[in-house]
Design a protein around this ligand. Structure first.
Ligand SMILES: NC(=O)c1ccc[n+]([C@@H]2O[C@H](COP(=O)([O-])OP(=O)(O)OC[C@H]3O[C@@H](n4cnc5c(N)ncnc54)[C@H](O)[C@@H]3O)[C@@H](O)[C@H]2O)c1
Ligand SMILES: N[C@@H](CCO)C(=O)O
Ligand code: NA
Length: 460
């Protein structure tokens, strides 16, 4: 029998993910020892209450409420408490003591990443976070290592399981957003406060992490443009389906040229967008996640699987534990954060995208020409126009809530009660600022009765 040296692993938090990590470490000790070349000794688990009931039976002698003592003397610290404090303090304590840290904490990384990476670099410790984005799906390591020789151009990610589940239920089962969200919460996909999911905050944290990694640039969370799915209506979902498209909440990280300065920059943004049903991301159903990566040499790649779940996420955490442990065995410098490119993060107004605008107009001669003029005055070129059979309607009532951000997309903008026709306008690519201003101009026009939907179109 091989005599392995021990590596001391401290676990902070024994919730959905932490309890599974502890169970797997304890159950598969021999296997991990063979893979690593050292025994991963779980020396303790920091919990809030050692007597609290748990789904997974954990040895009582490993439980402690004294996280700081546990951290001292550990070789590897696994932070699975979530939240900013005290997680941030514990991660810093661990790194400053020279321990490698594994975390799944996207909120912490998106807000304090540079501070933590700096602390790690100071002492030559490692900070791994595969589970922080898209749960079990390997995406951090592929971006950092496998694609290190390529140039990432764009990432389109479905990185929040709850919102994908909700939009999918609205599409496939015709459920309301509220009913679908209640089911997502019952199934444990949603955050404790589901505003983090449906408001796009969780996806924005993941976008900040992905963009920083992909573009070798620090992308602060407050530079990620964010819209959630609260304004998405059943009629938008139905209309998308009829048009061969689907609405997905996308995290988009893009390398781009500032149209004004001509300088290279990056954009990170989260919003619900229309994508064609032919796009690989359209096939991502339920609470699954997928990250579609476009790289200069590799072309299009898609990473797909479970973006959440205790045992699924534990897989990603344990992969990081094994990587960190192997470095303890074989030595070497490990990985450092890469931010050398230091590209500017461009405002949403500079982003180039396409809009689909649905409007009710007066059914009179010259109206189409007037609408076309507003678009052309705004510098927006029209790709497609569809007009429904005119009908005599009462006051225009549009399902859904008002847009959460000032200006488009969203709907409705204003209403009335006249003979109307409905126009669905698909634009060519244009700068977001021009598109948004054009929608405002349409809303202000006398010939437009109401703008019932404005959605961005992505994925082509
Ligand atoms: N659950 C998932 O599907 C999933 C997926 C990806 C990433 N994550 C991330 O993994 C981390 C853990 O998530 P989770 O779902 O296991 O959360 P959880 O709420 O189930 O577990 C967190 C545990 O940490 C404990 N805790 C909190 N503060 C503590 C403290 N000061 N001292 C000791 N214990 C403390 C809590 O009591 C709880 O048991 C989070 O950062 C989360 O964002 C979770
Ligand atoms: N609430 C998150 C959990 C995983 O980060 C989601 O729905 O994707
Ligand atoms: Na992952």
């Amino acid at each position: 029998m091989i005599e392995y040296r021990n590596l001391r692993v401290a676990l902070l938090g024994a919730g959905s993910v932490g309890s599974q990590v502890a169970r797997l470490l304890l159950e598969q000790g021999d296997e991990f020892a063979s893979r690593v070349g050292a025994r991963l000794e779980l020396v303790g688990i920091a919990v809030r209450d050692v007597d609290a009931p748990r789904d997974v039976d954990l040895p009582r002698e490993l439980l402690t409420t004294d996280a700081s003592s546990l951290i001292l003397g550990a070789d590897i610290v696994v932070e699975l408490m979530g939240g900013i404090e005290p997680a941030r303090g514990y991660v810093l304590e661990a790194l400053n003591s020279g321990a490698d840290v594994i975390t799944a904490n996207k909120a912490l990384l998106a807000t304090h990443g540079p501070e933590l990476f700096e602390a790690a670099e100071q002492v030559g410790a490692q900070l791994y976070y595969e589970a922080a984005v898209a749960g079990a799906i390997p995406i951090i390591r592929p971006l950092r290592d496998s694609l290190a020789g390529d140039r990432i151009e764009r990432i389109l990610g479905i990185v929040n399981g709850t919102t994908n589940f909700v939009l999918d239920r609205m599409d496939v089962h015709g459920e309301t957003l509220q009913d679908a969200l209640a089911t997502a919460s019952d199934r444990g996909y949603a955050e404790a406060d589901p505003t983090a999911d449906i408001g796009g905050y969780d996806a924005a944290q993941k976008a900040a992490i992905l963009a920083s990694l992909a573009f070798h640039t620090t992308v602060p969370l407050d530079r990620v443009y964010r819209e959630g799915i609260t304004g998405v209506t059943k009629s938008q979902v139905d209309a998308a389906r009829e048009a061969g498209a689907v609405i997905k909440l996308l995290a988009i990280c893009e390398r781009m040229t500032d149209p004004e300065s001509g300088e290279e920059g990056v954009s990170a943004r989260v919003y619900p967008a229309l994508i064609s049903r032919e796009h690989p991301l359209a096939a991502v159903h339920g609470a699954h996640n997928a990250v579609f990566v476009q790289a200069a040499a590799a072309g299009d790649l898609m990473f797909y699987g479970a973006g959440a779940g205790g045992v699924e996420t534990a897989s990603a955490v344990l992969g990081d534990v094994v990587s960190a442990a192997r470095r303890h065995v074989v030595g070497g410098p490990g990985v450092a954060e890469s931010t050398h490119a230091d590209l500017p993060v461009l405002d949403i107004g500079r982003v180039v995208t396409r809009y689909q605008i649905t409007l009710d107009v007066e059914d009179q001669p010259g109206v189409l020409a007037a609408v076309a003029r507003i678009l052309s005055d705004g510098g927006v070129s029209v790709e497609t126009v569809q007009q429904s059979v005119p009908s005599l309607t009462g006051p225009v009532v549009v399902a859904g809530s008002a847009p959460e951000t000032a200006g488009p997309p969203g709907g409705p903008i204003h209403g009335g009660g006249r003979a109307t026709a409905t126009l669905v306008i698909g634009t060519h690519e244009a700068e977001e600022a021009a598109l948004a201003a054009t929608v405002e101009a349409l809303a202000a026009s006398d010939v437009v009765i109401a703008i019932s939907s404005v959605l961005r179109v992505e994925g082509s």
